[in-house]
Structure formats: C-alpha cells, structure tokens
Design a protein around this ligand. Structure first.
Ligand code: SAT
Ligand code: MN
Length: 609
C-alpha cells in the first residue's frame, strides 16, 4: 500500500509541521490500515471502550457495581514494567551511567526500525496528542504518542490531558511548540483474515529513550509503564533529563497536603519504589483526630524552584494507576471510593460472577471468580485470583480527597520530602536528615525489597536511589550531583526538610513493628513538628530520630517494645549496611559527587565505637 492511500493520514487536525512529518514518516514505516487522530472526547471514550469490548480486550462491568468501567486481562507474559528491556540510548555510554541499560542510538534505531517496519499492518495507527501537567502552565509539557493499541487510548483518557485541548497548544500563539514524540507498537501485525487475540503483544520488548532527542520508542508490550508513554517514559526518564538541563527535578513522588487540627496546611512529597504504598499515603485517612490529608498526586512530582526560592511541586498526571491487591476500605478507603464512582479500567484483577471486581486483600472472597488468567477461581484455588501487579486506572477528578489546588500550574510549596523503602530490618521508622546534603545521601542510598511492579525476583534488597532506579534518564552520579546543586540554587532557609521512613520493619518473629496506613499520620505529624521546632529528636549515627515520648502514639494499641523495635537504630545492622553502600557507590563510578563520599565517611566514623 502506498502511503497517500492510507485512510485518515491526510485528515490531520493540526498544521504543526514537525508533528505531521513524524506521523507521515511513522505511517510509511509501520504501514497501518488507517490513521486516526485521538480527540479525548467522551464520545471517543465510548467508541474506544466499545471497540475494546468487541475485540475481547475489555469486559464491561455491571453498571450498578462499577458504572462505565471495564475489566481487562493482559497476556500473562505482559504484566509489568520490563527493566531489563529498558534502555537509555544517549550518544555516550556515560550519559546513561551504571544504573541504565545503554546502546548506541544509531545501533538501537537500526534494530528497532526493522521491528517497526510493517508492525501495524492490519491495525489502526492512532495519534494521541497530550499534555502532562496543567494545560494552562506557562510552558505546557506536550507529548504525542503514536500507538496501535486502543487500550493505550482508553488509559490515556484517564491518565493525561488528552486530545484536542492538548493539540491546540501545539500551535499556541501561532508558534509551533516542541513536544516529546513517543512511538509505541505492540508489535503484532495482522495478516489479511488473521483473527486477533484479546491482548496482542510481542515476546520481544524494547522500552527505549533517546535523551538528547527527547524521543521515546516502545515496542512489544501493551502494559502500563511500558505503553502509556506519558507516564514513566516521558514524565520521569525524559523529564529528568530536561530537568537536569533546566535546573529542576522530575521525581517518583506522591504529593499531599497535610492540615493539622489548628488549620495549618503544609505540603509534602514522598518517594517510594513502585508498589510500596505511595498511593495509600497520598490518600491517607488520618487516625489522629483533627488531622486531614488531601491528595495532589500519587506517583510523579515535577519540582521547580519558585521566584521566592522555595520548591514548588506539580503532579503531571490526571489519574491514578494504582496497585490493586491490598487496597480495600481499611487500607485505602479513598481509593475505594474513587473507583466506586466508575469510569475506571481494572487490569489483571479478578471479576465476580455479577460483574464486579475483586482482588486479594478485599476480605472474604466470593465462592467463585474469574481469575486474571480468565480461569475459574474458588477460595480453594492454589493460585492468586489477581496478579500482584494488577492495577486500577481511575481519574483524579473522582477522588473526594483531592486538594482544590491539585492542578494549580504553579504547583504547591513543599515543606518536607520523605524517602522510603521496604526493609524488614536496619532502617528505622523515621530518621530526619541533618541538612540537605545528608538528605541527598539518604535518598542516594535508599534501599528496598523488590516488588511485583517490575518483572524479576520479588523481595530482593536493592539500592533504589530516590526510588528512581528504573526512572533516572541519565547518569545516576550526575543525578545525585544535580540534587545537591538544586539544593544550593534554592533559598537555603526554605529548603524542604528531608526524612527517611520505613513502614515495613519486622520484629524477630517476622511481624510488622508498625501498623502503617492511617497511623502513618503520626510519623508525618512528628516530621511537621520538627519543622515547627516543637518536637524533640535525638541524634544517632544515621540521623535524628524521635526522642522518647515525642512521637504521638496516643490511642494506639502498641507495646513499648514494639515501638522501640520500630524506632531502633541498631549500630551492628548499620555496620553491615556500610559495605553494601560502598559497593553501590563503587558501581556509580566517577560521577559520584565527592560530598556523598564525605557523607559515607562520616557515617562510618559515627558508627565506629
Ligand atoms: O507500570 S507502571 O510503571 O505504570 C507502574 C509502576 O511501576 O509504578
Ligand atoms: Mn510509580
């Protein structure tokens, strides 16, 4: 088929020359049956979700249980981000650094061009103009995704500002604006007459970033962060490079507004690895009377220094793509209320016989379910009903606890930054950094046990700096140096205080030492009181921890020993941690800032009896 005959190719609703040229070039390469421009309208949502139902990708849920919502089971091999198939193709390998997979950009393009050739045969090529962050930002952060997966369209309707309203900004004030192009294909062309499957994908996957060109190419997967290119690929990997060049931060952080009983509000950001409770914290229902938490974002924060020298954070997303298992009215009632309103997509959870959804952690299971593998499931089944990385995708606009300023283009001023991981030992419930540099050291050495959010073994301790290990779009050593620099560029008196938390510490019997969830407000309260100067702390070799009696445990059924276990700084455990940090810093190599080596040396000294 010659290109000019591809239906829809010439029906572009924009005059943006670069966008048009890229769409044409991509159609020539991928040879789709037709081209469609996505407009983001409610009518389009209906049309695309109907199409997904017709294709067998979606099952419409019972309107009385979950209105306008859909159940979806992916191919069992396409269930999470693929970190070993994710590449940063900078011109020089040192641009990617030790924590990223690297390939020469020309070599990668040669390989992938052959993969993309003809890869959309028998399918529709969709063009999705979108904006990350508010449309009325001074510099709207534009992107365009080309995809052959209607699942991506439905998901991006929820997760981004999608379609016409974004496309208009491409030619704002008559000037062609820059945008991040993202080419995505599931890599499953259809021969004439070939029947499709419910979740087409390719066994070979590539998630590729060209940082100098601000370009994304993704092949072979239809799932989450591999396919919704506005999320991790743009808003973290590419944005982190842009942020480095422009003096700001693109981080894997939730943003929340916390108001105390006196009515004083503060804003916090918190970085935790995927599937370690960011969404739960962002929507936390405090157990302490009079406290209130409102949600601004649950996964990504873009942090810029304002004219007043403070840090201001914006959530680039428009929806939540949260881990489903473990979410219920006890752990995250606000997420449950948000999805109860409908207009949501549920991927790889179980479906009930009456057309609702179910997953592990929701209490007593029904007598029969359809599992995420589309098999009959009963409570006696050996396998889980839902994949551990199954997800709900739901609009922020439905979240009752969203803060009114959640989409303020200027962002919200940050008073505190929390780093946290999942560690059964060593890391206490909360530690306050002595200063910015020490806080950057805490972030740079953050460790966590791996989760099901990425393919590979679960429960293995790894360093996950600032919870950004899979998302730093450049050399991790340069990234740490950038953190130090950004701290210097801000007003030092207004820098957010940095804290390191661990909700997941266990006692000798393997029980969690801290109840977590809504009780985490107690730790946030202590941190905010530290900022106010009203809570006491004691110095330890690793930082400041709550002085006896300063952490509010009123009304909490918790033994004094359990609290001690949660807060303890065990010098021996930390001495054992040192070689791991040394090994990690070795790995980072020559770009590691000397100030972080100094931090390590002084930590070692403080731990020496
Ligand atoms: O698959 S996603 O990258 O969108 C989810 C996550 O890992 O946080
Ligand atoms: Mn995430």
């Amino acid at each position: 088929m010659t290109v000019s005959t591809i239906p829809g190719l010439d029906a572009a609703p924009t005059t943006h020359a670069k966008l048009l040229a890229w769409v044409r070039e991509t159609a020539e390469l991928t040879e789709p049956d037709r081209v469609e421009w996505v407009d983001g309208s409610p009518e389009e949502w209906t049309r695309i979700t109907d199409l997904l139902v017709e294709n067998g990708t979606f099952v419409r849920l019972n309107d009385e249980k979950k209105p306008n919502s859909f159940w979806c089971a992916s191919d069992p091999t396409d269930v999470a981000r693929v970190e070993d198939r994710t590449f940063i193709c900078s011109k020089d390998p040192s641009g990617a650094g030790a924590t990223n997979n690297w390939m020469d950009p020309d070599d990668m393009k040669a390989i992938l061009t052959e993969r993309f050739r003809g890869c959309m045969r028998g399918r529709t090529m969709y063009v999705l103009p979108y904006c990350m962050g508010p449309l009325n930002a001074d510099e709207p952060m534009l992107g365009a995704e080309i995809t052959d997966a209607p699942y991506v369209i439905a998901s991006m309707h929820i997760m981004t500002r999608l379609g016409t309203k974004a496309l208009e900004l491409f030619t704002k004030d008559g000037v062609e604006q820059s945008f991040v192009p993202g080419l995505h294909s599931i890599g499953a062309p259809l021969a004439p007459g070939q029947a499709d499957v419910a979740w087409p994908c390719n066994e070979t996957k590539y998630i590729v970033h060209f940082p100098e060109e601000r370009l994304i190419w993704s092949y072979g997967s239809g799932y989450g962060g591999n396919a919704l290119l506005g999320k991790k690929c743009y808003s973290l990997r590419i944005a982190s490079v842009k942020a480095r060049d422009e003096g700001w931060l693109a981080e894997h952080m939730l943003i929340a507004k916390v108001t105390n009983p006196e009515g004083v509000s503060r804003y916090i950001a918190a970085a935790f690895p995927s599937a370690c409770g960011k969404t739960n914290l962002a929507m936390l229902e405090p157990t302490l009377p009079g406290w209130k938490v409102e949600t601004i974002g649950d996964d990504i924060a873009w942090i810029r220094i304002g004219a007043d020298g403070r840090f201001y954070a914006v959530n680039p997303e428009n929806g939540f793509f949260g881990v489903a298992p473990g979410t219920d009215y006890h752990t995250n009632p606000n997420a449950m209320r948000t999805i109860a309103k409908g207009s949501s997509i549920f991927t790889n959870v179980a479906m009930t016989d009456d057309g609702d959804i179910w997953w592990e952690g929701m209490g007593e299971p029904p007598a029969h379910l359809t599992s995420w593998k589309k098999a009959d499931w009963t409570p006696s089944s050996e396998e889980l009903s839902s994949h551990p990385n199954s997800r709900y995708c739901t609009p922020i606009s439905q979240c009752d606890t969203r803060a009114p300023e959640w989409d303020d283009p200027n962002g919200v001023p940050l008073d505190a930054i929390f780093f946290g991981g999942r560690r059964r030992d060593t890391v206490p419930l909360v530690t306050e950094a002595r200063d910015w540099q020490h806080g950057v050291f805490m972030g740079a050495t953050l460790s966590s046990e791996t989760t099901a959010a990425a393919t590979g073994a679960v429960g293995v301790v790894r360093r996950d700096p600032m919870a950004m290990l899979p998302f730093i779009g450049y050399n991790a050593g340069d990234y740490f140096a950038h953190w130090i620099e950004v701290g210097k560029a801000a007003d030092s008196a207004k820098l957010p205080k940095i804290f390191y938390v661990n909700w997941f510490r266990r006692d000798a019997e393997g029980n969690f030492t801290w109840p977590g969830f809504g009780e985490n407000i107690r730790v946030i309260k202590w941190a905010l009181e530290r900022i106010d100067g009203t809570a006491a702390a004691i110095d330890t070799p690793i930082g400041r921890v709550p002085a006896p009696g300063s952490l509010d445990v009123s009304g909490l059924a918790m033994s004094a020993t359990a609290l001690d276990d949660a807060l303890a700084v065990d010098v021996e455990e930390w001495q054992n941690e040192i070689p791991l940090i040394e090994e990690w810093f070795e790995k980072i190599g020559g770009q590691l800032p000397s100030s972080l080596k100094d931090e390590l040396e002084s930590l070692k000294q403080r731990l020496t009896p």
